[in-house]
Design a protein around this ligand. Structure first.
Ligand code: GLN
Length: 298
């Protein structure tokens, strides 16, 4: 049987002692071994995070016994991880821009590459940092983009929209937990349908995976990120077509638009936006060297 973590090996490592009689260090090493044998890319890190999560109060002495309850919790986390569930899903939260975001089945897991978009937006607005800017985040998910930007632009306020009401609730809780709850609002909606107002910054990390590619994605993405957050239609460009057509009336004078894109989409997305009269200010690359965030104005 092939493991969802891509392995060949036998993941079971029988323990001669009751699980609760292992030290924390032993439990962590055993789990890392099982994850490695199952083909996990980051077995040591995942084992550390999962062990920390089951120990009350997080880190404790490595030589202490892990205890029966923590060992049982760790077993169930290990089974989930071995079935392909991403470690951050199991933990129920993920860090982004140095802030912590709760996840739910209705939200995409924030990815480090998406921080490129935050950098691009802040850079484009650096001369206006002190202004009371208004920000719109389309497809807000956990709210990570809007909340990260509001955490930097202390005079700004913003609105996050998502098709999922549950995502909006998660995002609102994340805004509160990260200290920007009084400057962030969230609403359920179909992109900008029914929206009023103009914004100085519009950001979006929309679903951009071509539909036919979804079955071939990693199990941790395909089976655990919401389909709604991934599926960009036949060619992955559906959301950008909507944006190119609908966004002009929502952009304030001097405003900018920043989108995340998928691999290889820069020519198409920049052309779509230009065809509706936007000026293209270029792309910012992510740490992997891919063009990730595209910047536009009117
Ligand atoms: N804006 C959220 C993020 O970047 C959600 C994106 C999405 O659901 N496609 O994580």
């Amino acid at each position: 049987m092939t493991s969802p973590l891509q392995s060949g090996g036998d993941a079971a490592t029988p323990s001669p002692r009751a699980a609760g009689a292992l030290t924390i260090r032993e439990a962590r090493r055993q789990l890392a071994e099982r994850l490695r044998a199952a083909g996990c890319d980051t077995p040591v890190l995942d084992a550390r995070l999962l062990v920390e999560a089951v120990i009350e109060g997080g880190r404790t002495e490595d030589d202490a016994l892990i205890g029966d309850q923590a060992a049982a919790d760790l077993d169930s986390f290990a089974a989930r991880r071995l079935a392909g569930e991403p470690v951050w899903r199991i933990l129920g939260e993920r860090e982004f821009w140095g802030l912590t975001f709760k996840l739910s089945p209705a939200t995409l897991e924030p990815r480090p590459d998406t921080e490129t978009l935050v950098e691009a937006a802040l850079d484009s607005l650096r001369e206006r940092r002190g202004e009371a800017l208004s920000i719109l985040d389309l497809g807000t998910g956990t709210g990570c983009l809007l909340i990260a930007i509001l955490s930097e632009l202390r005079q700004a306020k913003g609105l996050g929209i998502d098709l999922s009401g549950e995502a909006c609730e998660v995002a609102a809780a994340n805004a509160l937990a990260n200290g920007v709850g009084d400057r962030a609002a969230f609403r359920e909606g179909d992109w900008v349908k029914g929206l009023d107002g103009r914004f100085d910054l519009i950001v979006s990390n929309p679903p951009y995976i071509p539909g036919a590619e979804i079955p071939g994605l990693d199990v941790g993405v395909r089976d655990y990120d919401p389909l709604l957050a991934l599926d960009g239609g036949v060619d992955g460009l559906d959301p950008y077509r909507r944006f190119a057509r609908d966004l002009p009336q929502f952009l304030a004078p001097g405003g900018i638009v920043v989108f995340e894109i998928g691999a290889g989409q820069e020519p198409d997305v920049s052309a779509l936006m230009r065809s509706e009269g936007f000026h293209y200010h270029g792309a910012r690359k992510d740490l992997g060297g891919h063009e990730r965030a595209l910047i536009f104005s009117r």
